[in-house]
Ligand binder design. Structure first.
Ligand code: SAM
Ligand code: DTB
Ligand code: SF4
Length: 304
């Protein structure tokens, strides 16, 4: 598929998109970092790792009330899903009561709840499922072959194990990854193939383009080797192949949108992307933001 002429690939992806989704509708999701920085993992892209020198100040888990205040704002701004992210290798059992209260509070606002907290034990997944968590985000990030070049403090199998626990707890899976980390096209193929051949395809597939953060291994690599940045057309191809391989999933145009032109984003929507993160911030980095998104959606006739 990656070798198809670009227009042919896009046409096929758009056809499949139309067969399973309304092509004029794009889901809006809002992110909140509920626990920032100080993470023990060494993910080479991440500003929040203790192994990075990004200058980010670590903070404690937010209060439930403060999280719900942010959720109310997201709801008022038109968001459908509220994603709470924590910079943890895994949650501590003592945090579970507060996390479950956040899930219940977000659901009570009529939002879909999503969390991404790192690895989960069986019991933790079960507790989140019982609290009513709709989605759990846990990315495979890259191909199995490239995984060890990006992260060394956990394995590919660790990721699969948590994904199984999430499924067993009856929580829908949000699983994707990052491109533009200097990986090969083979790696992008291996990454998408791994997602599509999970026991069940993920309900949500976030495709992130690396946001280069100074002081992280991969952010600094991109500064030194600017040619490693993913070409826009190759990024759109990745979205199109994701759409074709996972026809029913929601494909989210995630990090990296801020530095994408309107035209590239429009091509992504044509290729089958049907979700974005709204707002001015992702977890620790900037995002395209409400005004620019509203103008783009009006220009493209989306969500009318
Ligand atoms: N700590 C949890 C974990 O890693 O599973 C949850 C939060 S983590 C920040 C969620 C995802 O954000 C990562 O898996 C990665 O795909 C994405 N991400 C993190 N930093 C990024 C960056 N600089 N550019 C693009 N995507 C990034
Ligand atoms: C995902 O795949 N992308 C989101 C969400 N899952 C949690 C996070 C993007 C983070 C971008 C870097 C930052 O803001 O720190
Ligand atoms: Fe920690 Fe998640 Fe960042 Fe990796 S991506 S360092 S696990 S916060």
């Amino acid at each position: 598929m990656f070798d198809l002429p670009f227009t042919e690939l896009l046409f096929r992806a758009a056809e499949i998109h139309r067969a399973h989704h309304d092509p004029a509708q794009v889901e809006l999701a809002t992110l909140l970092s509920i626990k920032t920085g100080g993470c023990a993992e060494d993910c080479g892209y991440c500003s929040q790792s203790v192994h990075a020198e990004s200058g980010l100040k670590a903070s404690k888990l937010m209060d439930v009330d403060a999280v719900l205040a942010a959720a109310r704002e997201a709801k008022a701004a038109g968001s459908q899903r509220f994603c709470m992210g924590a910079a943890w290798r895994e949650p501590k059992d003592r945090d579970m009561d507060a996390l479950c209260a956040m899930v219940e509070g977000v659901n009570a606002l009529g939002l879909e709840s999503c969390m991404t907290l790192g690895m989960l034990s069986d019991l933790q997944a079960e507790r989140l499922g019982t609290a009513g968590l709709h989605y759990y985000n846990h990315n495979l990030d890259t191909s199995p072959e490239n995984y060890g070049a990006v992260i060394t403090t956990r394995t590919w199998q660790d990721r699969l194990d948590t994904l199984d626990r999430v499924r067993d707890a009856g929580i829908a899976v949000c699983c994707g990854g990052i491109v533009g980390m200097g990986e090969t096209r083979e790696d992008r193929i291996g990454f998408l193939h791994a997602l599509a051949t999970l026991p069940e395809p993920p309900e949500s597939v976030p495709i992130n383009a690396l946001v280069p953060v100074p002081g992280t291994v991969l952010g600094d690599m991109l500064k030194d080797v600017p040619t490693a940045r993913i070409d826009d057309i190759e990024f759109v191809r990745t979205v199109a192949v994701a759409r074709i391989l996972m026809p029913r999933s929601v494909v989210r145009l995630s990090a990296g949108r801020e530095s994408m032109s309107d035209s590239t984003q429009a091509l992504c929507f044509l290729a089958g992307a049907n979700s974005i993160f709204t707002g001015d911030r992702l977890l620790t980095t900037g995002n395209a933001g409400g005004d620019r998104d509203a103008a783009l959606f009006a220009k493209l006739g989306l969500n009318l």
